[in-house]
Write a new protein. Structure first.
Length: 283
């Protein structure tokens, strides 16, 4: 009896130790490139080539200060914030309304329309960049913020609607029935009941869309021609010439530009986890 109890206790402990070691290995695998990028920004170009992963022998702080003191860096950050902020705002508005309709309102062709929207997950932006460019040009939105924002919203709707619909569908139907009995309209129920209860999933979707828009390169590259409208991914081209690249400055620039997304994730981490795990356990 005692031996079997010992084996039963050692089994979960062994599995727990394996999970800890596995997660530690994954953490090291993920954090190593980030640390190497930060440290690379403190090195000279010669030292970066000979010592890419070690600590800098001479900390070149001027790499970071040189970028922070240029007006171009702040223009790029401003453009990225505007584009990403508008993308998140429009995506959350349209996706939340569509997800509410698909989850709580029955109408003819609902399943067919939802499957049609879901098919958008199968096509990356690169496959539709030519017709997308023609359509944006015909709308007169080339070389403008909305020429980048609207395509990003369109490509982010499918995933956003699926995540929001799953969360909305898990809300009790009795809430809607009670609201309708009390004379509340669908719009009022969505505004005063659904949205306040959906902060975790809204934070999750908003963070995902923000990070995707913040790091987007292809759509801004095709739609923008004016340097003053470039977001930060296009700003890296300043440090790359025809035959060589200032990799130490590129790494410093990347470090400074990923800080907003890291800060956003840390702030919204609690809501992101709650939104992704909502509905995973029932009963």
């Amino acid at each position: 009896m005692n031996e079997s109890s010992t084996l039963e206790r050692s089994g979960p402990d062994g599995i727990g130790l394996f999970k800890v070691l596995f997660l530690a290995a994954v953490a090291v695998f993920v954090i190593t490139p980030l640390v190497a990028t930060v440290l690379g920004g403190f090195k000279s170009l010669g030292e970066l080539r000979t010592n890419p992963f070690g600590l800098p022998q001479h900390w070149v702080v001027e790499n970071y200060f040189g970028i922070l003191t240029t007006s171009r860096y702040w223009v790029l950050m401003r453009n990225s914030l505007i584009i990403s902020g508008l993308t998140v705002l429009l995506t959350l508005i349209t996706a939340s309304m569509a997800a509410f309709v698909f989850s709580h309102i029955r109408f003819f062709g609902r399943a067919l329309l939802l499957n049609y929207i879901t098919m958008g997950l199968l096509f990356p932006a690169a496959t539709a960049i030519l017709p997308l460019f023609i359509k944006v040009r015909d709308l007169g939105l080339l070389d403008s913020y909305f020429g980048v924002v609207l395509p990003q919203v369109a490509f982010g709707l499918a995933m956003s609607i699926l995540l929001l619909r799953r969360f909305f569908k898990d809300l009790p139907d009795e809430l809607l029935e009670a609201a309708l009995v009390d004379g509340c309209s669908y719009v009022g129920f969505f505004r005063f009941v659904i949205l306040p209860l959906s902060r975790p999933i809204l934070a999750t979707v908003g963070t995902i869309i923000f990070v995707h828009s913040w790091n987007s390169y292809l759509v801004p590259l095709v739609m923008l021609n004016t340097d003053s409208l470039y977001p930060w991914p296009l700003g890296i081209m300043v440090y790359q010439g025809e035959y060589s690249a200032d990799w130490h400055l590129i790494l410093a620039f990347i470090t400074l530009t990923i800080l907003p997304t890291v800060f956003l994730f840390l702030v919204a981490q609690k809501h992101i986890i709650a939104g992704l795990t909502a509905g995973a356990v029932k009963g």
